[in-house]
Design a binder for this molecule. Sequence first.
Ligand code: XBP
Ligand code: MG
Length: 256
Amino acid sequence: MRLQALIFDVDGTLADTEEAHRRAFNAAFQAHGLDWNWSKPKYAELLLTTGGKERIAAYLATLPVAADVRRTVQDQIGAIHKTKTALYAEMVKRGEAPLRDGVERLLDEARAAGIRLAIATTTTFDNVRALLETTLGAGALERFAVIGAGDQVERKKPAPDIYRHVLQQLELPAANCVAIEDSANGLTAAKAAGLFTIVTPSYWTQSEDFAAADLLLPTLGSTTRPLVHRAAMLVRNSVLGIPEIEAHLVTARMCA
Ligand code: XBP
Ligand code: MG
């Protein structure tokens, strides 16, 4: 039962990106003449709708506006989201979304062990490119065998579509792959695709229900910020590396 690929979510998992997303949404609303401003608590609620265009539509649906205004804004969602994507990329390129603890280490370990890397995210592909090239350097995209993003599938997380798409592109069975997520929506999607799923909750998702996670850790752990206490005992190391993931995967498959 060898581990053959790690499939990473992006927002909240590879990096803490959601604050940049939130500010990009607000700046885009302003640029399009809307007096909307998503506060942090409001954004935490809105995050339950995955996908930026879908999130804007879900918010609009809650507003008590006249039918003609609703239609006009609805028609502008694509343009607003395009502006938001450009603004977000600028923020990421300024270094406003650093990688989370242990991410680069685990990516390097996987490469050294011959384990393929993939991405399964609801965010727009351009955002993935901006994040990976800024944090990992030019050529970062080539480190990933498959990048599944945004509108490549019809239904976004919590539907399993993006994970199934990535598995299909990898030509690997779910049993030989592991997903790494930060949200309940992502966890539901990965589990429904049959994947062993590790969850490292983010600021935005920390109060969500992760009972279905195969492994729940505060972070992946790094040499400068190692896992402590219960997390370190669970992993039997101060960081989550490839041997630790393989050990958990084997145990889970034996118990299944
Ligand atoms: C992330 C999302 C995305 C981003 C915004 O979820 O839901 O919609 O918040 O990106 P996940 P876009 O981490 O589960 O992939 O505006 O490009 O959609
Ligand atoms: Mg996420």
